[in-house]
Design a protein around this ligand. Structure first.
Ligand SMILES: NC(=O)c1ccc[n+]([C@@H]2O[C@H](COP(=O)([O-])OP(=O)(O)OC[C@H]3O[C@@H](n4cnc5c(N)ncnc54)[C@H](OP(=O)(O)O)[C@@H]3O)[C@@H](O)[C@H]2O)c1
Length: 214
């Protein structure tokens, strides 16, 4: 599958590109600067330029699926949260609808389901994530929303804990590597289409954790 990764130079994005290539997919790494092209190629991806605050839809051309793992990050202002995390995500969804790209995996965030239950400092970020998730879930796309808790740069274990919407299960931090591997597994798992799944560190093999009947 040709999979466009928006945010391909990020912590999760880099790992998604290499894991997609290892799994036999053809990743397209959408990045903001040409200086980031070589790193995408080294991970087995085809680099393309795309800026969520500018021109980016052509970068998705030919893709069968899109993974959104971009983000303005905690060191920018709420203006960038609105422009990238909310509006950039909305534009990505609209571009997929327009270009008949059916499959979309969104990296959202733990607590995006209930922004006002979170600490004051991150509520606006979670509102942006929640609104982007809602736009995706009400679109015509085959969507999976992943809501990982605090991310670490820990190792890939291939094991996580996953809580579907009906579950009140809670948990601790998860490595970007395990989130990236979960993204790849989602693209191969029909049953997670239409699901919103919270992700934590855990001991369950990823494919098993993604099975709603487990
Ligand atoms: N940090 C956490 O604990 C946490 C928890 C739950 C969910 N999340 C979410 O997980 C996702 C990935 O996290 P991460 O740690 O991998 O983030 P990251 O390393 O900060 O990567 C984010 C990427 O987004 C790109 N980006 C920013 N603005 C852009 C724009 N205008 N157009 C195109 N790309 C743009 C950045 O590009 P450059 O490389 O050029 O700067 C960067 O590569 C984010 O959506 C984040 O909100 C994070």
């Amino acid at each position: 599958m040709d999979v466009a990764v928006i945010g391909a130079n990020g912590g999760i994005g880099r790992k998604v590109v290499s894991r997609l290539a290892n799994a036999g997919h053809d990743p397209i790494g959408v990045v903001r600067h040409e200086t980031q092209f070589e790193a995408v190629r080294e991970r087995g991806g085809e680099p393309r330029l795309g800026d969520l605050e500018g021109e980016f839809a052509p970068a998705l051309e030919g893709a069968d699926a899109v993974v959104f793992t971009a983000g303005a990050g905690g060191d920018t202002g709420w203006d960038k949260t609105l422009l990238v995390d909310l509006w950039g995500a909305r534009r990505s969804i609209d571009a997929c609808v327009e270009h008949d790209i059916d499959r979309f995996v969104m990296i959202s965030s733990y607590r995006a389901g209930e922004p006002l239950a979170a600490p004051d400092a991150i509520r606006p970020y979670l509102v942006a994530k929640r609104c982007a998730d809602d736009a995706l879930r009400s679109s015509s796309l085959d969507a999976t929303v992943l809501r990982p808790t605090t991310l670490t740069d820990g190792a890939e274990t291939g094991r996580i804990s996953a809580a579907f919407e009906s579950s009140s299960e809670d948990g601790g931090e998860i490595s970007r590597a395990n989130v990236a591997q979960t993204v790849v597994a989602c693209l191969d798992t029909e049953t997670v289409v239409g699901e919103t799944i919270r992700l934590f560190g855990g001991d369950t093999p990823i494919e098993q954790a993604l099975d709603p009947n487990e």
